[in-house]
Design a protein around this ligand. Structure first.
Ligand code: G3I
Length: 317
């Protein structure tokens, strides 16, 4: 069988990649697959670059885990996606419970983004500068950034990121924008207005945490709507979960679903690549979040390829 990144590149894409996490890197059966850039030409740290891990106290920076993954990408000859600068979740308490004014929190957002992006200047293909800014109804998520600064926190972070690493692609990353509706419309409108105002924005990440048998039929057309605005797109966190136990029928449907998602990226010239949110059921985030669900990735928990793997290869061909 063809290796996944090899197949993506043969389709003219930049990469097929995966998320990974520091705790997994001592598992040599796992790293043997991860480290081969024929399999994965891009990696994303699932947790290491998040705010609570990089700046747990104001002005105190802990880079060990983030550096480990950045260095791994370098050693392996893989592109690196930075994840992320500004997100409501996995924030240290000094951010969530600080008593901020617009001016003081603006300075904090600028400082955090600048330090983080500068640290990996020249090493990151793309940064998720903003992660998950919207509610599902398309209104802005009520978090410390929005509530203190308003929607201006978004251009503030994007401008800081651009100044810190002018060559990194700057993304906004979101889930449930793969479906036609208020949330996708809100993101389209945001990108359009950022562009109109000259704010640096290069890409939109469609996370794509899907359910077997329920891949949105609008995926390709939504990606085309974003690229029509002059940004690239990437599928940044793909997994396709099922209600357990897994059955042969569910695994076959999952194969079809992976094929469908990959084919959508292949068909959209501005879709640069696809990242799975870890490649094995052994380390997927899904079972811990969705009780009774799982088996969402292309390798099973023994690191054996599932039918989904062949679905990915078929999608790139
Ligand atoms: O690091 C601590 C460890 O010290 C502690 O002993 C352990 C006990 O539970 O928790 C560890 O932290 C966990 C962390 O993952 C690292 O494993 C957190 O509890 C857990 O909540 C955290 O989950 C992460 C999740 O984001 C949190 O929101 C997942 O690994 C990560 O895959 C997931 O990724 C997100 C993307 O960033 C954004 N889009 C959705 C995606 C899936 O939720």
């Amino acid at each position: 069988t063809v290796a996944l990144n090899t197949a993506a590149k043969a389709a003219g894409k930049l990469y097929m990649g995966t998320a990974t996490d520091n705790g997994e890197l001592t598992d040599t059966a796992y790293t043997t697959i991860l480290d081969n850039n024929a399999n994965f030409g891009q990696i994303t740290p699932a947790n290491a670059m998040k705010w609570e891990n990089t700046e747990p106290e104001q002005g105190t920076w802990t880079w060990t885990n983030a550096d480990q993954i950045a260095n791994l990408a370098k050693t392996n000859g893989q592109l690196l996606r930075g994840h992320n600068c500004v997100w409501y979740n996995q924030l240290p308490s000094w951010v969530t419970s600080g008593s901020w004014t617009n001016a003081t929190l603006t300075a904090v957002v600028q400082d955090h983004t600048t330090e983080l992006v500068s640290r990996y200047k020249g090493q990151v293909y793309a940064w998720d500068v903003i992660n998950e800014p919207f509610n599902d109804d398309g209104t802005y998520r009520s978090d410390v950034f929005y509530n203190t600064i308003g929607p201006a926190y978004i251009p503030i972070a994007l401008r800081a990121a651009r100044a810190a690493d002018p060559n990194a692609k700057l993304y906004i990353n979101e889930y449930n924008i793969e479906y036609t509706g208020s949330k996708a419309t809100a993101m389209l409108n945001l990108v359009e207005s950022l562009k109109a105002e000259g704010v640096p924005i290069d890409g939109v990440g469609l996370q794509s945490h899907f359910i077997v048998g329920e891949v949105p039929t609008s995926l390709q057309s939504i990606m085309e709507q974003f690229t029509a605005l002059g940004v690239e797109v990437a599928i940044t966190e793909l997994d396709i979960r099922m209600t357990l136990p897994e059955t042969a029928a569910l695994l076959e449907q999952q194969k079809t679903d992976y094929d469908t998602v990959i084919s959508a990226c292949r068909a959209v010239s501005g879709c640069v690549g696809v990242t799975v949110w870890d490649f094995t059921d052994k380390y997927s985030w899904v079972p811990s979040t969705f009780s009774g669900q799982g088996a969402a990735t292309p390798y099973d928990s023994n690191l054996v390829k599932k039918p989904a793997y062949d679905g990915i290869v078929a999608g790139w061909q």
